[in-house]
Design a protein around this ligand. Sequence first.
Ligand SMILES: C[S@@+](CC[C@H](N)C(=O)[O-])C[C@H]1O[C@@H](n2cnc3c(N)ncnc32)[C@H](O)[C@@H]1O
Length: 377
Amino acid sequence: MTTPHQDIPALRAGLADQLAAELPSRTWPEVFRVVDRHVFAPRFALFDPVTGSFTHYDVHDPDPVRRAEAMAAAYSNDTLITRFDDDGNPISSSTEPSMMASMLAALDLRPGHRVLEVGTGTGYNAALLARFVGDEQVTTIDVDGELINTARAALDVTGYAPTVVCGDGAAGVPERAPFDRIMATCGVDRVPGAWLDQLTADGAILVTVSTGIALLRRAPDGAVHGRFLGAAGFMPLRSHGYQPRWSGRRVLEETGGSADDTRSVTVPKGLELSTAAFFTSLIAEHGRLVFLGEDEQVVSYRWVHPASGSWVRVDLGEHPATVHQAGSRRLWDEVEPVLETWDVAGRPEIDRYGLTVTTDGRHVLWLDSPEHHITAL
Ligand SMILES: C[S@@+](CC[C@H](N)C(=O)[O-])C[C@H]1O[C@@H](n2cnc3c(N)ncnc32)[C@H](O)[C@@H]1O
């Protein structure tokens, strides 16, 4: 194996300086300044959104030019994809450092806090956490045994020793609870009850729910409440009942069939895919939304909820639009009032929405304050 011989402290400093310039946090860039990234992701791919293709890198590449390129990429502000499933879909990565640093800053971690990270992946984020609060305070879990082995080895090499567990993070890690902070680096559609059970009385959970990162703080009644901080796309939590995401083609096939309810509807003009995706994945867990466009105009929304075999096709071509729906859930009827409220409220950004999760697992979406309920999920 060829050892990278670049000036690693300089590469780390370059990344830390970039984070310091971009983010309000003074603390976290300094933590990035001292933790190696390439050890956690020696082989990875970068996704090029323009070509839709992946470029593969190896920091031990025998070719010195390619090795230097790989080292530069490892310390870039990019998501490093480190694992693919058999169909070529990314299933693990080291998240873009600026997103990691924003999440770590939002977590409001204090000395002495005990933290659970769900989604160990490469182990890089666990190392940053361990650097900040100390090895003893950090527990990290991943469902993927191979990833756990490589993460353990990388943590060992870099000198960090958090507790690393292989298992389903949806169940938390009860033997290490309670936690002051729970941070999920994989996305969920519903917050697992075990996380509330394992959270301290004044703890907080940071997790991507649907397409938004939410910071949920414990209230005196035991529920957790909090705003969405912004949009994010994380790999989903692969847990009990998890099914790989449907391909766009499959969604089109499913929604092309004959409906058992067709009628005219009013769809808020210019409804963007990002807004529609945020609401639809909140409403129907593990649903999949795609759209068909012409000249940058959406002409048809297609939304499938595989678990109930329900689907919607909204054709926007004519006015008013026509909705076709089928299956045991009337998905359009569920999302329609939520879209109406969004429209009437002046089309708020995601950060005006918030979520409450009660100890019995009820999820409520609200706008501006927990009293202003939009819908129960
Ligand atoms: C974006 S990656 C995590 C990145 C990681 N924090 C790092 O620093 O490299 C998401 C991870 O979530 C893990 N994951 C998915 N489902 C999980 C589950 N049910 N329990 C624990 N981890 C899970 C995946 O295996 C993947 O490694």
